[in-house]
Design a binder for this molecule. Structure first.
Ligand SMILES: NC(=O)C1=CN([C@@H]2O[C@H](COP(=O)(O)OP(=O)(O)OC[C@H]3O[C@@H](n4cnc5c(N)ncnc54)[C@H](O)[C@@H]3O)[C@@H](O)[C@H]2O)C=CC1
Ligand SMILES: N[C@@H](CC=O)C(=O)O
Length: 344
């Protein structure tokens, strides 16, 4: 065995030993995460107190050409299951439900902490996955799943934990905002705008999730759970997407000085101790000078109204590879630091 092979790994690692990371998925988000891990390796080692070692990257098709500059081709595998059992942190950016759920559960069981950007998975199975993580003393984090680069989950679950949130309204889907804005402001035909949103990496693998409001529904469910600790599900969301909108709808909006935005909302009635929550996603007419109307292209905005803080507005990139990677990498560094601190 070489000296390098003899290095302890995983939870037995010594203080300066690498934090071992597996990346599941190298599409729009995964490729941006991998590239940043290479380009910022030294900076991240400083911030974590130990190097981050990318031990493998799972992709569906090994033969597909992809730009992963600086990354050893040997790291790629089409067997994601081979990566989750001997690492410190798993980053799941594959999307989908069953396989991702199974791999995350296995990773937690094997002692890894997990970062995911998978909002459908968290909306549908987040409660049980978090319970699994808690039972095993592990951590599951998913800041990137809601409004990509904008740290809205941190604000709702931590910064405002001493306050009482009354409502959350927002544009929480980048691709539909891009489409609505491009159609209304630039007169681009609807289908062409959908194509452009796909080219920019904003659409889900199944674009109907965006267009029919399912993606926004998952995000508002996650926000409502964190804001009020309630058991809200996707079925509770009164949902309407943007595919039913016609040229006449856009013209009528323009004629009245308004724009159409896909607004997700969660409102509390009852007390904070016994909240009743209504959640909805629907195309909504917004006055042209409202901050939502000025939220253009792939940008998102969330307005949180709470008892003490009043109205808070958070805005920024709601989709895109580098932008979403920013949140994934933030979660990664936070988990890695905690693991290194726990070694001492
Ligand atoms: N693109 C965006 O702007 C954002 C995406 N997200 C979420 O991040 C996740 C990934 O999104 P994208 O990177 O856009 O998707 P993508 O479709 O571009 O990439 C998915 C990657 O996972 C791999 N993959 C899928 N199934 C696999 C399997 N069975 N075995 C091995 N590899 C497999 C694919 O080969 C591909 O490399 C999704 O959950 C999405 O909802 C979250 C926020 C923003
Ligand atoms: N498809 C999503 C990507 C980010 O969550 C969107 O358009 O917002």
């Amino acid at each position: 065995m070489s000296e390098q092979d003899a290095q302890p790994t995983g939870s037995q690692a010594g203080a300066g030993a690498p934090v071992r990371v597996a990346l599941l998925g190298a599409g729009t988000v995964g490729a941006a995460v991998a590239k940043a891990m290479v380009a910022r390796a030294e900076l991240y080692a400083q911030r974590v107190g130990a190097p981050l070692e990318l031990v493998g990257i799972a992709v569906r098709d090994l033969g597909r050409p992809r730009d992963l500059t600086g990354i050893l081709p040997d790291l790629l595998t089409d067997d994601p299951g081979s990566l989750v059992e001997d690492v410190d942190i798993v980053i799941e950016v594959m999307g989908g439900i069953e396989l991702s759920q199974e791999l995350i559960t296995r990773a937690l069981g094997a002692g890894a902490d997990v970062v995911t950007a998978n909002k459908q998975l968290i909306a549908q199975h987040g409660v049980e996955l978090e319970a699994t993580a808690e039972r095993l003393g592990r951590t599951l984090v998913y800041e990137a799943a809601v409004v990509a680069a904008v740290p809205v989950l941190h604000v709702v679950s931590q910064a405002l934990v001493g306050d009482e949130i009354r409502s959350i309204h927002g544009i929480v889907n980048g691709s539909t905002n891009y489409i609505l804005d491009t159609v209304a402001r630039l007169g681009v035909p609807f289908q062409e705008a959908v194509q452009q949103a796909g080219d920019l990496g904003y659409l889900e693998a199944d674009p109907t999730e965006d267009l029919e409001g399912l993606d926004a529904a998952a995000k508002i469910v996650i926000l409502a759970r964190l804001a009020w600790g309630v058991d809200v599900t996707l079925e509770d969301v009164k949902r309407e997407g943007i595919t039913g909108l016609t040229d006449q709808d856009f013209e009528a909006a323009r004629g009245t000085g308004q724009v159409i935005k896909l607004i997700a909302s969660a409102s509390r009635s009852g007390s904070s101790a016994e909240p009743r929550v209504e959640v909805a996603v629907r195309p909504t007419l917004v006055s042209a000078d409202h901050p939502f109307a000025l939220t253009r292209e792939g940008m998102n905005m969330v307005i949180i109204d709470s008892e003490s803080a009043g109205s808070l507005r958070l805005s920024g990139a709601g989709a895109g590879g580098d932008e979403t990677a920013s949140a994934v990498l933030g979660d990664l560094i936070t988990l890695a630091r905690a693991r290194v601190a726990a070694r001492d």
